[in-house]
Design a binder for this molecule. Structure first.
Ligand SMILES: *Cc1c(COP(=O)(O)O)cnc(C)c1O
Length: 379
């Protein structure tokens, strides 16, 4: 017997109410019963997105919503600007390349946030840029970008702003409308406390104009079809009925908590993790722009980070994430997103301390837990 704990940046743990909702008998989607759920879920998404725009629900993982943004806005030969500072920024470039879209890239050092003024300069110097692709929380490094500042800059240009908020939405603040985000994509298995399988995409009227005129090839992910259907509270294809029922439950829970309280809870969890790892003598990979979503921790020189993550998972049932690409083995990433509470964090830190000790790293046992507990005791 073993109890498992998930502290990864997707999937995140499921509240029992969500598991229960998914065990209900399936219903048909072309029914008033499902329509009512779709309507409520769409409204709930608008609340979490802080938008009046349409928000479409796709049967895909988050990347499907990213691809939807690219194929609906752009076609072969168009130019886009991509902000890269980790794996997920790079994904925008990869998707654009797959569709023959020219990409200008701002390569931000991993662990840093983009300087919004660099975006201003790029867009000014190249009027061909139709879209700026950004990431709210770069999950591979734990960095959060200043989307509000980027939005203020991009709104005064001819370009549209697209934000990957796949990790971040429902965990940290993102004001889609007030920050002038034309398209925001997200997914179900991160801040929204659901299993993977749903992609979300919000579309501003300005973005719809470009979608109308764009000649890019698309079929399943065609947002014109999605809009026509949603205007009748419908979906163009069979929706992921069970997941949407669960989504509706999750959104109700979130509405009950209130966004401000949810963001405050995430900040508290993140503060506890940051104070714990610092107390253990470890360094934060993104000390300046670290998100309240996931924390990347630099591991001690010479310690095998992959082994640490594997031992925590396979021996003790506590799953955190390792580093990707150049960070492989050098950092671990502790997520504190979604259905995560104080004692999940304590468990995670306790396991980290145990395995670090077993691997020969020297510190006073309990130092990290104590720092986390002190953080939780603060108002
Ligand atoms: C998880 C994640 C993705 C990928 O989402 P999938 O659901 O795995 O397709 C993209 N961007 C960010 C920032 C993420 O955290």
């Amino acid at each position: 017997m073993r109890k498992n704990y998930l502290l990864t940046p997707g999937p995140t743990p499921l509240p029992p109410q969500i598991s229960e909702a998914m065990s209900r008998p399936i219903i048909h989607h072309r029914t008033p019963q499902f329509q009512a759920i779709l309507k409520e879920a769409t409204e709930g998404l608008r609340y979490v997105y802080q938008t009046k725009n349409d928000v479409f629900i796709l049967a895909s993982s988050g990347t499907g919503a990213m691809e939807a943004a690219v194929v609906n806005l752009l076609s072969c030969g168009d130019t886009a600007l991509v902000i890269q500072g980790g794996k997920f920024g790079e994904r925008w470039t990869e998707i654009c390349k797959a569709y023959g879209i020219n990409t200008e890239v701002i390569d931000v050092k991993w662990g840093r946030a983009v300087n919004p003024l660099d975006i201003q300069e790029k867009v000014k110097n190249n009027p061909a840029i139709k879209v700026v692709f950004t990431t709210l929380c770069e999950t591979s490094t734990g960095v959060v970008n200043d989307i509000a500042a980027i939005g203020r800059i991009v709104k005064d240009t001819n370009a549209l702003l697209v934000v990957d908020a796949i990790s971040g939405l429902g965990a940290i603040d993102l004001k889609t409308d007030d920050w002038f985000c034309d398209i925001v994509v997200s997914g179900s298995q991160k801040g929204l406390m659901l299993p993977p399988g749903l992609g979300f995409i919000s579309v501003s009227p300005k973005a719809f104009k470009l979608i109308e005129s764009s000649k890019g090839s698309r079929y399943y992910l065609d947002l014109k079809k999605a809009k026509k259907a949603l205007d009748k509270t419908d979906t163009p294809f069979t929706p992921a009925i069970t997941l949407i029922i669960a989504l509706n439950e999750a959104l109700k829970m979130m509405k009950e908590d209130g966004l401000e309280n949810i963001f405050a809870r995430h900040k508290k969890m993140a503060d506890a993790v940051r104070s714990a790892v610092l107390a253990l003598g470890l360094k934060l990979f993104a000390p300046e722009a670290g998100s309240d979503v996931v924390t990347a921790v630099c591991l001690p020189e010479g310690l095998d980070g992959e082994k640490l993550v594997k031992t925590m998972r396979d021996t003790y049932g506590v799953t955190i994430a390792g580093g990707q690409d150049s960070l492989k083995g050098k950092v671990c990433r502790i997520a504190h997103m979604g259905f995560i509470e104080e004692f999940d964090i304590i468990t995670g830190i306790s396991c980290l301390e145990k395995v670090l000790t077993q691997m020969g790293y020297k510190f006073t046992l309990g130092t990290g837990i104590r720092a986390a507990e002190e953080t939780f005791l603060k108002k």
